[in-house]
Design a protein around this ligand. Structure first.
Ligand code: DOR
Ligand code: ZN
Length: 431
């Protein structure tokens, strides 16, 4: 089945220009077969209204909660939410129950994703068995079962010697190690950044809990030649460490979340767990350092750390509620509205950080629109403004701190491997 997409403008990833053109994609080959005009013969035609065509977004850090916590999210609801957010590929973290620590569970994830027929779901396997930090999993077997990276996300690997062994084995297996950097001897029972913690009389997670472990792992990655991927960088010292490691030629990539780019702990003036996330929202100095690192490319990719929780869990208050916020359906509109529109960054650079660079960092297909390339595309409407309303989410998780924020840049249509996986109202499809 050949689908032609008319009425869009393709973003040039080299010079940032936009060119009106039709795209012809095929769901058998999964490839972009031609870039031309409305004369390209097709079985179906999708008619857009001046949307921008971007390579499908890729999120290398989401939590799908399945198996084990399906009341928070399932692979199907998460993959559909991702498609609605313009994502064609998402990498899911292993902190499920059972965790993604053996090939059988990875197969389950891939089968569920296949059945959902939405965004492609790429499993990230656990570094340690049951994510207990004691014994390494079988990296080669997990890679064979489809793992695109290794992580114990949700927790840091506390033991340095074990991390060294993990990096050695990961280098051998050819998988990146995505670290949740948190030294628990420093973070303890902490829940918030210093200022907010003081304000609400709750325990603190100091920035050093994050940067101390990043420093350790940079040194270990340099020893082993492994690819270290630093998850959710949130503090100034962590940005500086990643920048230093890159200058020294360490194989390192890093991500930043939309919430650490747009929010600070100043927003936490009452006991509302919608703001509880790990690492916590930091101060303005840290936020600006993350933004600077994001703009100069030190932080290569945006990742949402999409972390759905039930309303009941989040109603327990900051001390008791679980950490995490959803983000997959709102990240592009938020960053487009609050970074690109005010002139802080270009649409091209945002696209590189949300598609091209995640593909490169995790050795995935996609990240570019070209004839013969994979047909993973998102059509974004840069004109229509909407107010973010969790009631309209495809995700089961409604725990976003951005509810009520106006934004533009929502996805009108998403195509994965040549198949239409999402359309919003008003998009015409003719046979
Ligand atoms: O806020 C977070 N939520 N941070 C993490 O590291 C884990 C995640 C989750 O699984 O909910
Ligand atoms: Zn996470």
């Amino acid at each position: 089945m050949k689908l032609r997409i008319d009425g869009g403008r393709i973003l040039d990833l080299v010079d940032g220009s936009l060119t009106s053109a039709s795209l012809l994609v095929d769901d058998q080959s999964g490839l972009i077969e031609a870039i031309g005009d409305v004369s390209l013969p097709a079985d179906r035609v999708l008619t857009l209204h001046n949307e921008v065509l971007l390579p499908g977004f890729i999120d290398v850090h989401v939590h799908l909660r399945d198996p084990g916590f399906e009341d928070k999210e399932t692979i199907a609801t998460g993959a559909r939410a991702a498609a609605a957010g313009g994502f064609t590929q998402i990498a899911c973290m292993p902190n499920t129950n059972p965790p993604l620590d053996e090939p059988g569970v990875l197969k389950y994830v891939r089968d569920q994703a296949e059945a959902a027929g939405a965004s492609q779901v790429l499993p990230i396997a656990a570094i340690t068995k049951s994510q207990k930090g004691g014994e390494l999993t079988d990296f080669a077997a997990l890679k064979e079962a489809g793992a695109v990276a290794l992580s114990d996300d949700g927790k840091g690997v506390q033991n340095g010697a074990l991390m060294l062994a993990a990096l050695e084995a990961a280098a051998k297996a050819g998988l990146p190690v995505a670290i949740h950097a948190e030294d628990e001897s420093l973070s303890g029972k902490g829940v918030l950044n210093k200022a907010a913690a003081k304000r609400l009389g709750l325990p603190e997670i100091p920035g050093a809990a994050e940067s101390a472990m990043i420093a350790r792992d940079i040194l270990l990655a340099a020893e082993t030649g492994a690819h270290l991927h630093v998850c959710h960088v949130s503090v100034e010292s962590a940005v500086a460490l990643v920048r230093w490691a890159k200058q020294r030629g360490v194989r390192i990539t890093a991500e930043v979340t939309p919430h650490h780019l747009l929010l600070t702990d100043d927003i936490i003036t009452r006991d509302d767990a919608v703001y509880k996330v790990n690492p916590p929202l930091r101060g303005e100095r840290d936020r600006l350092a993350c933004l600077e690192g994001f703009l100069d490319g030190t932080l290569d990719v945006v990742a949402t750390d999409h972390a759905p929780h039930t309303q009941g869990e989040k109603e327990q208050g900051i001390a008791a509620a679980p950490f995490g916020m959803v983000g997959i359906e709102t990240v592009f509109p938020l960053l487009y509205t609050y970074l690109v529109l005010p002139g802080l960054m270009s649409l091209r650079d945002l696209t590189l950080r949300m598609s091209t660079q995640p593909a490169q960092a995790f050795s995935l297909r996609g990240g570019v629109i070209r004839v013969g390339g994979v047909a993973d595309i998102t059509a974004v409407d840069l004109e229509q403004e909407r107010v973010i309303d969790p009631a309209g989410f495809y995700s089961k998780g409604h725990n976003t701190p951005f509810a009520g924020w106006p934004a533009t840049g929502f996805s009108s249509a998403t195509i994965s491997r040549g198949k239409l996986i999402h359309t919003s109202e008003g998009v015409e499809l003719s046979e």
